[in-house]
Design a protein around this ligand. Structure first.
Ligand code: FAD
Length: 239
């Protein structure tokens, strides 16, 4: 598949291309599939870091569509990793529903860099949703003894388990129902997060693009958190 102008731009930015092969495809729930992949040599070249993600290329109506997905349990020795697809009605979700062992998918690695907070955080303050659940778990597992509070937005909090993936002391999850296109999450975080902030906090935000932008501006401009103590990246676009 050709990757169009986005692929050309990523190449100019140093993007590296790989082809992954589906090893298995498990239906975890009505809304979630977990796929295992062979890495096409990627992990040996790129190494592995917390919250690592890649851009996968899907085809629809003859056009390329690029979507970000996070590596789960990457293993450079076996050249394998999993991905967890929360299912939507777009090219990525449709592909994940039908993928079979032996199917291949193109990927580009660009923009995934992770800079560990320095000094290490005394507390993690995390805002996310099902799209960023794999990244949140990876972040929490990379700092196993750091206390964390996680505001986790989802359409149906009753169905959300597995965050954090492994139990650890001092990890509190606040389940926030998605209402008003993310505005309820914004109100909740605005009222609660300041009470948990300390000078050595690290704030990590990954929700829909508008919510992420709004909360990042709040944390940076109104709370005065310096850029190196804040990571914010929109994970999906609400339409
Ligand atoms: C760095 C990064 C890492 C990511 N890692 C993961 C991951 O590991 N697992 C994962 O499931 N997603 C992950 N995402 C999010 C994923 O790329 C998007 O959700 C993507 O838009 C899904 O593509 P699609 O083709 O299925 O749907 P699209 O064609 O993008 O959208 C179809 C419809 O579904 C809606 N929609 C899309 N995504 C979501 C969502 N997350 N929640 C609610 N509605 C949505 C859209 O608004 C639209 O109406 C990541 C994104 C980034 C940027």
């Amino acid at each position: 598949m050709r990757h169009g102008w986005q692929g050309v731009t990523l190449k100019l930015l140093g993007g590296r291309d790989f082809t992954f092969t589906v090893r298995s495809n498990e239906l975890v729930s009505e809304h979630l599939r977990r796929l295992r992949f062979g890495d096409g040599g990627m992990l040996g070249v790129t190494g592995v870091h917390p919250t690592m993600w890649v851009r996968l290329w899907f085809e629809r109506a003859g056009r390329p569509h690029q979507r970000g997905y996070t590596l789960v349990d990457p293993d450079p020795e076996t050249g394998t990793f999993d991905m967890e697809f929360t299912l939507h009605s777009g090219p990525a979700g449709d592909w994940a529903r039908g993928a079979r062992p032996g199917d291949t998918i193109h990927a580009t690695v660009q923009g995934t860099a992770f800079t560990p907070p320095d000094p290490p955080p005394a507390r993690l303050l995390v805002v996310g949703d099902p799209a960023s659940r794999p990244a949140i778990n990876s972040l929490l597992e990379s700092m196993p003894s750091t206390p964390a509070r996680i505001w986790f937005e989802s359409p149906d909090p009753a169905r959300e388990r597995g965050i954090p993936r492994h139990g650890a002391p001092d990890r509190e999850v606040v389940h926030v129902p998605r209402r008003d296109g993310g505005a309820h999450l914004v109100r909740t975080v605005r009222s609660e997060l300041p009470g948990h902030l300390c000078p050595a906090s690290y704030v990590w935000i990954a929700c829909d693009t508008v919510t992420t932008r709004t909360l990042a501006a709040f944390v940076r401009k109104e709370l005065g958190v310096p850029g190196e103590r804040l990571h914010a990246l929109g994970y999906w676009r609400a339409t």
